[in-house]
Design a protein around this ligand. Structure first.
Ligand SMILES: Cc1cc2nc3c(=O)[nH]c(=O)nc-3n(C[C@H](O)[C@H](O)[C@H](O)COP(=O)(O)O)c2cc1C
Length: 200
């Protein structure tokens, strides 16, 4: 098949696009509201887009609590979503009002961040502490019509790694077993790694 993506005429029972850009890492975003209420939610439109200094992005399909909190407070943390934490990751995605603290909802313990105010997920093996850069409005392809979704960018100002995941000075992802999102309701987990030296 080969279809017009703006028209969306794939004719399939479900939109295949998320399955075609997969696996996607999951940024498990913790924030504080302007009133100080903790918030936690997974975002798979998420990635590291630059290093030295690190820049991350997440895409919010509409204006949700995480985006609002980031824009109002200027800070967020991207916790690493892992196989061991998968049920809590899923549970923290329930639609809940801004007054709901998803740490309390999921029973997850917080740990203080060092460079930003939102806490991290204590059990997550790694976390990126981020300072908000900007929100990018997205086009739809229709003249003058913006997407409901936005892209939120952040500068990584602090990195937490649980030292148990360091082997000979390198992060061993097979110990962390990061979770990734595929299409539909599908997920994958990284527990197998191979090395390929850079071509010269
Ligand atoms: C694994 C997973 C990945 C998700 N990725 C996204 C995403 O990239 N963008 C988005 O808007 N919603 C995503 N969602 C849905 C949000 O987590 C959900 O709408 C959540 O309630 C938003 O919380 P908030 O309002 O506290 O930010 C995802 C859900 C799951 C389970």
């Amino acid at each position: 098949m080969h279809y017009d993506a703006l028209a969306g005429d794939h004719g399939l029972p479900f939109d295949p696009i998320n399955a075609l850009v997969s696996p996607r890492p999951i940024g498990w975003i913790s924030t504080l509201s302007a009133d100080g209420v903790p918030n936690l939610a997974p975002y798979s439109y998420f990635n590291l887009v630059a290093a030295k200094p690190g820049v991350v992005m997440f895409g919010s399909s509409s204006l949700k609590d995480s985006q609002r909190n980031v824009e109002q407070t200027g800070e967020f943390v991207c916790n690493l979503a892992t196989w061991d934490l998968r049920e809590a990751v899923n549970r923290s995605s329930v639609p809940a009002g801004p007054e709901v603290d998803e740490f309390a909802l999921t029973g997850l313990k917080t740990a203080p961040s060092r460079w930003v105010r939102p806490p991290r997920v204590a059990m997550a093996p790694a976390a990126l502490e981020c300072r908000y850069i900007e929100t990018v409005a997205l086009p739809t392809g229709a003249p003058g019509q913006l997407h409901k979704a936005s892209l939120i960018l952040g500068l990584v100002v602090g990195v937490y790694i649980n030292d148990a995941n360091l082997v000979e000075g390198r992060v061993d992802v097979t110990r962390m077993r990061p979770l990734a999102r595929l299409g539909y309701m599908d997920y994958s987990v990284t527990d197998d790694v191979f090395i390929m030296e850079r071509a010269v």
